[in-house]
Design a protein around this ligand. Structure first.
Ligand SMILES: Cc1cc2nc3c(=O)[nH]c(=O)nc-3n(C[C@H](O)[C@H](O)[C@H](O)COP(=O)(O)OP(=O)(O)OC[C@H]3O[C@@H](n4cnc5c(N)ncnc54)[C@H](O)[C@@H]3O)c2cc1C
Length: 462
C-alpha cells in the first residue's frame, strides 16, 4: 500500500528531524552517518528484524583507494574504478552518480573502519568480470547477514531509533511538496503517524512487484526473484504519485547461477576461473565471462530455465573459500562425476554431445567469443542452477546529492533516495551491471544522503 496524502491531514503523534524508510545497508548506513553528525534519526522497517536484500547478499562492496586497499598495497584509483563502471555499462551509466558514488564510497568505508571497527578484507584469488583491480571489500564472514548485523548494532549503539514492524504506507506532502510526515502500518493494522523534516527513501527497488517487473524487465518476468520480498516498488510508486522522475528502469542485477532446489548462490568465480554453463542438451549457450548478471536471462531462456555449472578440481579449491559454496556442498548441491559418461548421466544429455562440448578450442575464441587457457579435466563437478532476479537497478531519478528529481528536472525540497530505491550506476540494461553496483549505491548513497540531510537540517535550525 503506497499513498501520497495532503499534509493538512497529518496529525503527527511524534516528530523526528530525519526519517529513513528501510533498514537495509542504505538505511542503516545513513542512520550511522547521521548520528555521527549529531542528527536525531528514526529508521522505519517493515520487517520484524532488519535484513532486506542486504542480508541475502554476499556483502561484497567495491571501492578504490580505501585505507584497506592501501594497506595491502593494491594500486587502484577512483578514476579507474569509475572507468570500469562505465565500460561495463557501455558508457551509459549516469555520469553524475558514477562520479559521486566512486568518490563517496571511500570515506564511507574508511569511516566505518576507523570509527566503527569494520575490519574490511579485500577478496583475493580472482577478479569479477569488468573489475581491473581487487577492490571487493568484505567482512571476514563474507556474507551480507554479517554486514547488516554489524550496521544494525552500530546504528543502535549510536541511539538511532530503529522501529521494526513499521511499514511506511503514507507520505504526507504540503503544497510546496515538502514531505511533512509519514504514516506507518503497525502489526495491529493501525496506522501511526510520524512528522519529519527530511525523508530518505532507502526501501530498495521493485524486484518483488510482479507487475513492475513485467512492465520493465520482460526477459525476467517469469524468473525466480531471489531478493527480499519487501522490494515492492514503494519508492517508485510514491515518486510517481508526486511527479518525480524515474530512470534506467530496464536495469537490474540478475544472477546466472542460483542453485536449485537449494536456493543458494553459486559464486561466479567458478565461471571466471574456467568453469562453463551447459544446458540440458549438454551444450554451452553463451560467453560466461561477460558477467553473472546478464547470464541470468541467458539461463532463463534455456529449457525449463535450467543449466548446469560444470568445473573441476582446481576450481573446486577456490570455490571452497566461499561460505555459500560450502553450504551448497553440505546440502548435496555439488555433484561429482568421475568421467564424461557419468557427467552426461547427471545432466541427462548424450555423452558424445558432452564430449564435443568440453573439447573446446584453446587460445582462440570459441563460437561465443570466449578464449580458454585449458580444458576441464575429470573428475568433474556440477551444480544445477537457474537464472534469478536479485534486485532492480532502475528507480527514482536523483541528482549527485541523492535528492529526488521531478520530471522537469528540479528537485523535491526535502526528499532523498539512495540504494536500490534510486537509479543506480548500471545504465539502462542488465549488461551494465558491474559486480557490486548494488552495495556501492547503498553505502555511497547513504554517505552522501546523510551529509546532505545533516546540512539541510542544520540550515533549517540555524
Ligand atoms: C542473493 C543476492 C546477492 C547479492 N550480492 C551482492 C553483493 O555481493 N554485492 C553487491 O553490491 N550487491 C549484492 N546484491 C544486491 C544488494 O543486496 C542490494 O543492492 C543492496 O542490499 C541494496 O541495499 P538497500 O539498503 O537499498 O536495500 P535492502 O537491503 O533491500 O533494504 C531495504 C529495506 O527496506 C524495507 N522496506 C521496503 N519497503 C518498506 C516500507 N514501505 N516501509 C518500511 N520498510 C520498507 C525492506 O524490508 C528492507 O529491509 C545481492 C542481492 C542478492 C539478492
Amino acid at each position: 500500500m503506497t499513498r501520497v496524502r495532503p499534509a493538512g491531514e497529518l496529525k503527527a503523534e511524534v516528530h523526528a528531524p530525519a526519517v529513513i524508510v528501510g533498514a537495509g545497508a542504505c538505511g542503516l548506513g545513513a542512520a550511522i552517518f547521521l548520528r555521527d553528525l549529531a542528527c536525531e534519526t528514526w529508521v522505519l522497517e517493515r520487517d520484524a528484524v532488519a535484513r532486506g536484500s542486504t542480508a541475502l547478499s554476499s556483502g561484497f562492496i567495491p571501492a578504490a583507494a580505501t585505507a584497506a586497499q592501501r594497506a595491502l598495497g593494491i594500486e587502484d584509483s577512483i578514476e579507474m574504478f569509475a572507468q570500469d563502471i562505465q565500460a561495463k555499462a557501455a558508457g551509459m551509466a549516469a555520469a553524475h552518480l558514477v562520479k559521486a558514488y566512486t568518490q563517496a564510497i571511500v570515506p564511507a568505508l574508511d569511516h566505518l573502519q576507523h570509527e566503527h571497527g569494520f575490519e574490511w578484507e579485500i577478496l583475493d584469488g580472482f577478479l569479477y568480470p569488468g573489475h581491473r583491480r581487487r577492490r571487493m571489500h568484505t567482512l571476514a564472514q563474507r556474507q551480507g547477514q554479517a554486514l547488516i548485523d554489524r550496521l544494525l548494532q552500530r546504528a543502535q549503539a549510536l541511539e538511532a531509533t530503529v522501529v521494526t514492524n513499521a511499514q511506511v504506507v503514507d507520505l504526507y506532502l504540503d503544497e510546496q511538496q515538502h514531505v511533512r510526515g509519514v504514516g506507518v502500518l503497525r502489526p495491529d493494522q493501525q496506522v501511526e503517524t510520524i512528522g519529519c523534516d527530511a525523508l530518505l527513501l532507502a526501501c530498495n527497488g521493485y524486484g518483488g512487484d510482479r507487475d513492475l517487473v513485467r512492465q520493465h524487465l520482460g526477459a525476467m518476468q517469469d524468473a525466480l526473484f531471489a531478493g527480499h520480498q519487501g522490494n515492492d516498488g514503494s519508492a517508485v510508486k510514491w515518486g510517481q504519485a508526486m511527479g518525480a522522475a524515474v530512470a534506467d528502469m530496464g536495469a537490474y542485477q540478475g544472477h546466472g547461477s542460483w542453485a536449485v532446489p537449494q536456493g543458494i548462490l553459486l559464486t561466479w568465480a567458478i565461471m571466471v576461473e574456467g568453469g562453463v554453463q551447459l544446458n540440458q542438451q549438454g551444450l554451452r549457450f553463451h560467453d560466461e565471462t561477460h558477467g553473472y548478471s546478464e547470464a541470468a536471462a541467458a539461463v532463463v531462456a534455456q529449457t525449463d530455465a535450467l543449466a548446469w555449472c560444470v568445473f573441476d578440481d582446481p576450481i573446486l579449491k577456490l570455490a571452497g573459500s566461499f561460505p555459500d559454496f560450502v553450504s551448497l556442498q553440505n546440502t548435496g548441491g555439488v555433484v561429482m562425476a568421475q568421467d564424461i559418461d557419468a557427467l552426461a548421466g547427471r545432466i541427462g544429455c548424450a555423452s558424445e554431445t558432452l564430449a564435443h562440448t568440453l573439447n573446446w578450442p584453446l587460445e582462440s575464441s570459441d563460437n561465443f567469443g570466449r578464449k580458454f587457457k585449458r580444458r576441464l579435466q575429470a573428475p568433474f563437478y556440477a551444480v544445477k542452477v537457474t537464472g534469478a532476479l536479485f534486485h532492480t537497478q532502475g528507480g527514482l531519478d536523483i541528482d549527485a546529492h541523492c535528492r529526488v528529481r521531478r520530471s522537469e528536472g528540479t528537485c523535491l525540497p526535502n526528499l532523498w533516495a539512495a540504494g536500490g530505491a534510486a537509479r543506480g550506476v548500471s545504465g539502462p540494461e542488465v549488461s551494465g551491471y558491474l559486480s557490486g553496483n548494488g552495495l556501492l549505491s547503498a553505502l555511497a548513497g547513504a554517505w552522501i544522503a546523510a551529509h546532505e540531510i545533516a546540512q539541510y537540517l542544520g540550515g533549517q535550525h540555524a
